[in-house]
Design a binder for this molecule. Structure first.
Ligand SMILES: [Zn+2]
Length: 504
C-alpha cells in the first residue's frame, strides 16, 4: 500500500462510516468522532448529539475563544471543557470512567482543529471512551490518547530560580505552554523567533514566573504517563520527598497541564519541546498515513524513535534551537528523548551515528529500583535500567566530563523518564506498581538535584516537572473494536495509532 497518494475521502463514504461509528451499539467504546466539514469548520459528534464549530480570526488561532459554535443538535458532546473537572484523587476514584455528561473535554475545539492543519490528517478522528479496554489489541489497565480530562491532564510543577513560590494553586495550563515558560525563566523572549520559524501555540504561564531571566539554568523532567491526582497524593503521603521539596519552593498546578490531541507520547513530547500542537509541529501521532505517498509512518516504536524527528515540520524550532539562538554557545542537552533536534548531547544522536551507548546495569544492580516489580515485570525492568542510564548521563555531563569530552554547565537540560508510563499502564493509575514507579523516579530526581547542588548551581537553577499525558483506569468489561464494525459494513478503513481513520 505505498506509492499512491491518498486523498481525503468523499462525503458519502464519511457519512456511511459515521452512521456506524455513531450508532448506539458502539457508544460504550466510541466517545466522540470529529472531522472537518470545510477548511476552518469542524464537526464533533457523539451518539447523542453534535456540534459544528468554526475557527475565527487567523488560519491557526488556537485558543478556545478563537472558535464559535455554528450549530448544535442533541446533547453537546463537549459542553464541559473545564480542566479542573475531577480535580482530586477522591473525585477521580469516585468516577474513574466518566462518560460524556460526567466527563470534561478541556480545549476541545482548538485541540481537535489543530489536527486537521496537518497535510496528512485523517478523515475521521475517533476518540475512545475512558472505560474502553483495548484487551487483546495490546491494551492495558491504564490508558490515554483521548480528549477526556483524566487522559489529557498531566502534572505541572515549576520550582527554583525565577519561579514564584505559590505552592499548590487551583490552576492549569497546557503542555504547549512549557516551551515559552522555560524561555521566559531563562530571560529569552518567546515571541522572538528565527525568520523561518512558525507561530507558537503556547504562551508563557505568567503566574509561575516571578522574574523573567531569574534562572541561569532550567532542568525539564518528564515523568511519562503520570496521573497528576495520583502523583500529588503520593507527595502528600511523603512517598516522593524530592518532588515535595521542589513543590515547596515553587508553584504546582493542581489541575496540571493539558496535553494536545492525540494525548499520546511522542506527539506530546514534541509539543512540550516545540511549544506547538501535533498538527503544527508535524509529529502527528504514534502512527499515521503520509497522504503524499499512502505509506504508513510509525514514530513511537523502539526501532523508529531515533529517526522520528524526520517528521518535524519545516520551520519548527525546538527548545534547544531557541536556547542556542538566544544564547550562542550555550549547552542544551536531551536525555533519552526522541525529540532532540538541536541538542548538544542526545543518546539518540549516538544511535543515529552508530556509536555505542552506555550499557545499562543488570536488572538486579539497578539503584532506586523496586525489585519486587523489577523481577516479574519485563517493562518495569527495562524502564528502570533505561531511566538509571538517564541519571548517569545527566550526572556525567553536569560533572563537567562525560564520554571523554568536557562540558560547560548546560543552560537547558531535558530528562525523559519512562518507568512511570510502563507502570501506570501495567497496573492502572491506582496500583501499587504505579506508586512504586513514582517512588523510584522520585529517587532518581533526587540524584539529579544532588548533581546540580554539587556544582554550586542549585540557587540559579529552575526545575519544571511534567508528564506527556494523563492515565485513566480502563474497565476490563468494556471491550470492542470499531474497525471490525466498519469492515463488516464493507468499509476498508485504515486505523492508525488507534483512532486516526483513513477511509477509501
Ligand atoms: Zn507517554
Amino acid at each position: 500500500m505505498t506509492g499512491l497518494a491518498l486523498p481525503p475521502c468523499d462525503g458519502r463514504t464519511r457519512d456511511e462510516a459515521l452512521s456506524i461509528l455513531l450508532a448506539e451499539p458502539l457508544a460504550p467504546i466510541v466517545d466522540l468522532v470529529a472531522w472537518t466539514v470545510e477548511p476552518g469548520c469542524y464537526e464533533l459528534a457523539s451518539a447523542f448529539g453534535r456540534v459544528r464549530f468554526q475557527r475565527l480570526g487567523g488560519a491557526r488561532s488556537t485558543l478556545s475563544d478563537g472558535f464559535i459554535v455554528q450549530d448544535a443538535r442533541g446533547v453537546n458532546p463537549v459542553a464541559n471543557q473545564d480542566p479542573a473537572h475531577l480535580g482530586s484523587l477522591a473525585a477521580e476514584r469516585a468516577t474513574p470512567h466518566p462518560l460524556r455528561d460526567d466527563n470534561a473535554y478541556p480545549f476541545a475545539f482548538d485541540h481537535l482543529a489543530q489536527i486537521f492543519d496537518h497535510p496528512s490528517a485523517p478523515d475521521l478522528v475517533v476518540l475512545h471512551t475512558g472505560a474502553h479496554y483495548w484487551g487483546d489489541q495490546g491494551g492495558h489497565l491504564g490508558e490515554h490518547g483521548s480528549l477526556g480530562v483524566l487522559q489529557s491532564r498531566a502534572p505541572f510543577i515549576a520550582s527554583g530560580a525565577g519561579v514564584r513560590r505559590s505552592g499548590m494553586v487551583d490552576k492549569s495550563c497546557r503542555l504547549v505552554d512549557v516551551f515559552p515558560t522555560v524561555l521566559s525563566l531563562l530571560g529569552f523572549d518567546p515571541a522572538v523567533r528565527s525568520d523561518e520559524s512558525t507561530e507558537l501555540d503556547g504562551e508563557v504561564v505568567h503566574h509561575v514566573v516571578e522574574e523573567p531571566g531569574g534562572a541561569r539554568h532550567v532542568i525539564g523532567i518528564l515523568m511519562d504517563g503520570t496521573n497528576p491526582n495520583v502523583l500529588y497524593d503520593l507527595v502528600a503521603r511523603g512517598d516522593a520527598p524530592h518532588l515535595e521539596r521542589l513543590m515547596e519552593s515553587g508553584t504546582t498546578h493542581r489541575h496540571g497541564a493539558i496535553a494536545s490531541l492525540p494525548t499520546v507520547t511522542l506527539a506530546n513530547h514534541t509539543a512540550i519541546l516545540t511549544g506547538r500542537h501535533p498538527g503544527h509541529h508535524g509529529v502527528l501521532h504514534n502512527a499515521w498515513i503520509d497522504r503524499s505517498t499512502g505509506s504508513q509512518v510509525v514514530t513511537n516504536s523502539p526501532t523508529t524513535w531515533a529517526a522520528s524527528m524526520q517528521w518535524l515540520s519545516k520551520g519548527v524550532e525546538t527548545i534547544h534551537d531557541a536556547v542556542h539562538r538566544a544564547r550562542p554557545g550555550a549547552v542544551s542537552i536531551s536525555i533519552n528523548e526522541p525529540c532532540d533536534v538541536g541538542a548538544d548531547f542526545s543518546v539518540f544522536e549516538l544511535v543515529r551515528r552508530g556509536e555505542a551507548v552506555d550499557r545499562a546495569p543488570l536488572p538486579e544492580d539497578v539503584p532506586d529500583a523496586t525489585q519486587r516489580f523489577v523481577r516479574p515485570s519485563k517493562d518495569y525492568q527495562w524502564s528502570s535500567r533505561i531511566d538509571h542510564t538517564a541519571v548517569e548521563q545527566f550526572r556525567g555531563i553536569w560533572s563537567g566530563t562525560y564520554r571523554g569530552r568536557s562540558w560547560e554547565r548546560p543552560t537547558f537540560s531535558w530528562v525523559n523518564f519512562t518507568l512511570t508510563d510502563s507502570a501506570f499502564h501495567e497496573g492502572g493509575p491506582y496500583s501499587e506498581i504505579a506508586a512504586a514507579s513514582v517512588r523510584d523516579t522520585d529517587a532518581r530526581i533526587g540524584r539529579i538535584i544532588e548533581a546540580v547542588d554539587s556544582t554550586g548551581a542549585l540557587e540559579e537553577t529552575a526545575f519544571v516537572v511534567v508528564a506527556d499525558h494523563g492515565m485513566q483506569l480502563a474497565d476490563e468489561t468494556v471491550t470492542g473494536d470499531w474497525d471490525a464494525s466498519l469492515r463488516a459494513a464493507g468499509i476498508d478503513v485504515r486505523d492508525e495509532g488507534y483512532g486516526f481513520l483513513y477511509l477509501p
